[in-house]
Design a protein around this ligand. Sequence first.
Ligand code: AMP
Length: 409
Amino acid sequence: MSVFSQYNFANEKALVRVDFNVPLNDQFQITDDTRMTAAIPTIKKILADGGSVILMSHLGRPKDGPADKYSLKHLVPHLYQLLNKPSGSAGSVAEPVNVLFANDCVGEQAYMTAGMLRPGEVLLLENLRFYKEEEKGDKAFAQKLAKLGTVYVNDAFGTAHRAHASTAVIAQFFPKGKKMFGLLMEAEVASAEKVLHQSQKPFVAIIGGAKVSDKILIIENLLEKATDIIIGGGMAYTFMKAEGGKIGNSLCEDDRLQMALDLLKKAEAKGVSIHLPSDSIIADKFDANANDSTAPSNNIPDGWMGLDIGENACEQFTNVIHKSRTILWNGPMGVFEMKKFQRGTKSVAKAIAEATAKGAFSLVGGGDSVSAVNQFGYADKVSYISTGGGAMLEYFEGKVLPGIAAINE
Ligand code: AMP
């Protein structure tokens, strides 16, 4: 494996797998460009070395081949802007950077344009998922893609948990030394490693969101690593009910009650403290304008449901977070999309920012927690924000991510 920052890309055609799977509105305007901006340093480094860049990505979930709605051509103007925006740290790229587009990711036009690409130029290929072979991890398709570049760079952490043609299978067609992670992927892997394998104790994992069943594997794996686990959000009520509490109409997975009890037992045996919210903000319906009140989380009246952690729970969780040296956060504490029920998520974000300011290492991942830190203004006050929701979850479940393994092998 080569190290990206030490590699000289002069005269190379770098085939870079990025995650440009950005949300678009119905006028094809990008409503959140985080994933694109995250890949810019990698692209600029290659250009600054005197290489050219061939970008490949997926966008959305096209079902039956090419569809205008999912065309990456909609991203070209914004990519041009991002690459030509002056930035201090990324080396001196001769401006303007030319951005070309190939309306197929393989085939004659793609090969010709890639072949004629000059140092300093960028070529964006059409959506990889217009070919079913991409998601199937088809070897012949991966080989066709590989022919486009002289060196392969994987900078798509968001799809690192998929064994797709462009994210994993392709790596075998590049010799050792000609395949590597990009800067984003390097940073993602380094911060996840730091939490998973070099965490300073106390280490708190804050897990929230709707369903226990989605987070069971991560909690189990973290029992081996963390000293404290905070459980908030809708999933907390399955634990409450399992322990004999009354939860009214709160979210509950009745088929997971035994599993929740087993988890609590395992945690006790391992000496890991599990923190459940002592109280909840309750509502008489699932609605932004519902009537609300506060109740102990294990004694919610019939007809009411817990939609956020309560004031005491905010304090309880804040105290745990403040004493921690390593913090991992995945999943909101309540229905933070509704103003009335966002206080718990906000207070956790605030506590993480405060602990980080005092020297803790904090990693935030998963779509909702990331939007929460952005929305509440804490994005630059945590140590690292992961761009890969599903990939991060699987990483912390202890799985080997094919996109990482393919480069490391
Ligand atoms: P997840 O995708 O599993 O991380 O869940 C995120 C979703 O869980 C968000 O849309 C939240 O609104 C929702 N959520 C969090 N807490 C609750 C709760 N107490 N009741 C219902 N939904 C919740």
